[in-house]
Design a binder for this molecule. Structure first.
Ligand code: FMN
Length: 133
């Protein structure tokens, strides 16, 4: 699940989807809704959340999605990858981590990158996917 303004967070969501052999459902929170996300979570062994830092926080849509899924106990016990883009200081990933841990999720990887996804970030993402098996 992700929200992206200029596309870099969306790019990481695509890399995660392409890098896994299992079936991955991607939800762009700008066009999907929380109920559809929840339905996907019921069938998922791991979750991934992505948000840019906007005004020193994760986006309200991502925050709302995490709260919603927490309320349905869909984060508890699941492995979670977090990813976030920023320009000068990441805040989104740290904030997401706190919420996920409060919801009982297990954060296995935190991927932050400045504005654009480079080779190093791509490698980091692919490495983090190995932690899910
Ligand atoms: C309205 C707005 C507010 C932003 N606020 C922050 C901020 O507080 N801290 C920061 O490091 N970057 C900030 N940025 C930069 C974004 O985090 C950065 O452009 C990021 O790469 C956007 O991700 P995206 O390409 O997935 O949309 C802001 C960008 C916009 C458009």
């Amino acid at each position: 699940m992700f929200q992206s303004l200029n596309g870099s967070v969306e790019q990481v969501a695509q890399i995660i989807a392409n890098g896994t052999t299992n079936c991955v459902k991607i939800h762009d929170l700008q066009v999907s809704d929380f109920t559809k996300c929840a339905l996907s979570c019921y069938d998922s062994e791991f979750l991934a959340f992505g948000s840019p830092t906007v005004y020193e926080q994760m986006t309200p849509l991502v925050e709302g999605a995490i709260q919603y899924l927490k309320g349905l106990h869909l984060i508890k016990g699941r492995k979670v990858i977090l990813f976030g883009s920023f320009c000068w200081l990441d805040k989104a990933v740290n904030q997401m981590k706190k919420m996920i841990e409060q919801a009982g999720g297990v954060v296995v990887a935190e991927i932050t990158f400045k504005m654009a996804v480079d080779y190093k970030t791509t490698q980091q993402i692919l490495e983090s996917l190995k932690l899910l098996v």
